[in-house]
Design a protein around this ligand. Structure first.
Ligand SMILES: O=C(O)C1=N[C@H](C(=O)O)C[C@H](O)C1
Length: 316
């Protein structure tokens, strides 16, 4: 498969990474997944992410992964929305194979490809990895830079090199804050230009830093917390993109306790507990080595959520 000739799309707005719901027998609950995807899109997100870390992708079998992507493809095709699929793993050959298979799923608009973990390659090795994948992928890549999960990160120089690579649309920047590399990246990355249909999008990948990242030039976010109260996260992102600082800041401040509570235990265990309490998924079950959410973390998350003062935005 040679790379697509299609122009790189703008990656802009809020993308909701979906959990993978399990039923009482531990099987993937496809109906619940479709419902989660549809709700996230009706609530104003630009798209959804299947098979992210939030989806426990590393604990799904190959056939479960395909079922999940197929279900999300159906919903996104129906609603004309973007679908980003987590495809990354820690070896280049398998990552290329996974990307090539996306060809069978026309609703997929981009991949989310993590920096190879465990192997500890050099920065040059990581750049070469993404270039090799981008050259063979039928869809543009969003690089997932998350050093606290992968033990290897990309500095701004390496990311700007990737920004100039064909078929790389952006980066999900999750460096546990806004560091100087992120600021250098934001100031050096090419803004989206509708005339040339080119650009490189920096997406906030750390939930507490969505709004400050957008005010510094990020074009959106991929944030697990937005699986709860999606419309409020959409409002925050849209206010940021339209430079409505005061309104956006209100959402940012009021969503922060919820976001923090959702990450009190490894994602997505608290998120699943809230979704289950809302009746949106049948069980809060997660697969090992994750453990179900503790009652205390679930209680604190419910409390953080009800403390919100900003009115809920109307659903579109
Ligand atoms: O699945 C994702 O995409 C995300 N995963 C991160 C994580 O689990 O570390 C968090 C982020 O909000 C989105």
């Amino acid at each position: 498969m040679t790379r697509a000739a299609a122009p790189t799309p703008a990656v802009r707005g809020l993308y909701v990474p979906l959990v993978t719901p399990f039923d009482e027998r531990g099987r993937v609950d496809i109906a619940a997944l479709e419902h989660l995807a549809a709700t996230a899109l009706h609530d104003g997100s630009a798209g959804v992410v299947a098979l992210g870390t939030t989806a426990e992708a590393s604990s799904l079998s190959a056939s479960e992964r395909s079922e999940v992507v197929a279900a999300c493809s159906r919903v996104c095709a129906d609603l004309g929305a973007e679908l980003v699929v987590g495809t990354g793993t820690n070896d280049t050959r398998t990552t290329i194979e996974r990307h090539e298979r996306l060809h069978e799923m026309p609703a997929v608009t981009a991949s989310l490809a993590v920096v190879p973990y465990y192997v500890r390659p050099t920065q040059a090795g990581v750049v070469a990895h993404f270039r090799a994948v981008a050259a063979r992928s039928p869809v543009p890549l969003i690089v997932y830079n998350v050093p606290y999960r992968t033990a290897r990160g990309l500095d701004s120089e390496a990311l700007l090199e990737l920004a100039g690579t064909d078929n790389i649309a952006g980066v999900k920047q999750a460096v546990d804050g806004i560091d100087v590399d992120t600021l250098a990246l934001l100031s050096g990355s090419t803004p989206w230009d509708p005339a040339t249909r080119q650009g490189f999008s920096v997406l906030a990948g750390d939930d507490p830093f969505i709004f400050p990242s957008i005010t510094m030039g990020a074009t959106g976010a991929i944030a697990a917390s937005s699986g709860i109260d999606t419309a409020a996260f959409v409002a925050m992102v849209q206010h940021g993109l339209h430079h409505h600082l005061e309104q956006g800041r209100k959402y940012a401040e009021e969503l922060l306790p919820l976001t923090r509570a959702l990450f009190a235990e490894p994602n997505p265990v608290v998120l699943k507990a809230l979704l289950c309490a809302d009746g949106r998924i049948a069980t809060a079950d997660v697969r090992g080595p994750l453990l179900r959410c503790s009652p205390e973390a679930a209680r604190l998350a419910r409390r953080a959520r009800t403390g919100r003062m900003v009115p809920k935005p109307a659903r579109r």
